[in-house]
Ligand binder design. Sequence first.
Ligand SMILES: Cc1ncc(COP(=O)(O)O)c(C=O)c1O
Length: 373
Amino acid sequence: MKGKPVVSPIYMTATYKFDQSDDLIDVVQNQSGYIYSRWDNPSVVEVETALAALEGYERALGFGSGMAAITTAIMSHVKAGDRIVSTREIYGGSFELMDSILPRFGVDVTLVNCSDVDTILAEIDKGLTLLYLESPTNPLLRVVDVPRLAAAAKAKGATVLLDGTFASPVNQHPADWGVDVLIHSGTKYLGGHHDVTAGFVCGNSPFSDRIWELRKHFGGVMDPMSAFLTLRGMQTLELRIARQNDNAMAVARFLDSHPKISTVHYPGLASHPDHAIAEKLLSGFGGMLSFEVAADFDGTKRVMDRLKVIKLATSLGGVTSLANQPMTNTHVSLSPENRDKAGVKENLVRLSVGVEAAKLLIDDLNQALGAIG
Ligand SMILES: Cc1ncc(COP(=O)(O)O)c(C=O)c1O
C-alpha cells in the first residue's frame, strides 16, 4: 500500500515477540529493542525522544505522573545516610516526600526558603548528595538562581535535580544551567489539555541509566495512550505558551491595579522580588500567577465560587484557565506552620491562565471580585 500514516499508531502492547531466542537475549542484555512495556514501549519512546531533543538532553524517560518521575529520580540517586538540600517552596507532594517520606528511609533532608540564598549556599557547603530545586515555584512563582546553586552543589560532587514544570521547555532551558536531571509533570503544559496524567525526567548518562533501571523496578512507566496524548499536546506547546505568557501578563497587570487585590505574584511584574533574575533566566514569564484577595478565607472562597469562565479546579498548564486556593488542595497536607513558612496564606489564589481571550478572563475576575464588599 502506498502512503504512510502521518501520525504514529499507539502501540497498545505489553509484550513483544521474537523470531529467535538470540534476539530476545540480545534485547535483555543490551537494551537493543523491546521486550516488555514496563521497560520500554515505542509510543513512549517517541514522546521521550521528542522531549529530549527539545530540552537538549541525551534521553527523556516517561512516567505515569509527575510524582512517579520525581520519586523515581530521587530514589535512583540516594541511599540511607545521604543528605538532600532542597527548598520549602516546592509542590506539596514533593514537599511531603522531602519532609516525611524520605526521612523514614534514613535520608537526611534540609529545607531552606528559596529566597535565603546565603543559607542554601551554607547548607550546600556542609556537603550533600543531591540538590533538589523547583523553579519557578508553586504557588508564589519565586524564580530560583538555579545556575548559581547548581554550580555550588556540583563543586561538592552532588547531583542537581530541577522540577521545571511551571516554565515548560519553552520558557527556560535548564540544560545550560548545570542541571543533571530535569523533571516535568507532563500533566501540565506538555499534555496541555487536562486529559492526561504524565511525568518525565530528562538527563544524560549515567543519570538517565540509573533512573531507567529504577523505573523498570518501581514500575511507574508511562502508558502508550498517555504517550500519544502528550506527544499530540507537545505539537502546540510553543503556540500555547506564547499565548499563555501574554494572557498571564495582561491578567497580572489587571489584578495589580485592582483595589480588592492586595498582592500579585507574577515574575513579569517589576514588583515581584525575583523580577531581575526572571529577566535573566526566563525567555517568557509563564502562564502561572497567584494573588492575594483583600479578604479572609471565606471572602476569598466567595470570589472563587463566582468565577464562571475560569474553572475552580486543581492542576495547571492546560488550555482552560483554572483557579484554586492552594490552602485547600495543593498545599493541604502541610501543617499550618509549614504553610506559613512557604508563604501560603488563607487569601491566596493560584491561577493557571489558559488560552482564552484575555478580556474574557479579566471580565470574569472583575465580576467575581464583586462578591466581596
Ligand atoms: C510543580 C509540580 N511538580 C510536580 C507535580 C506533580 O505532578 P503530577 O500531578 O503529574 O504527579 C505538580 C502537580 O501539581 C506540580 O505542580
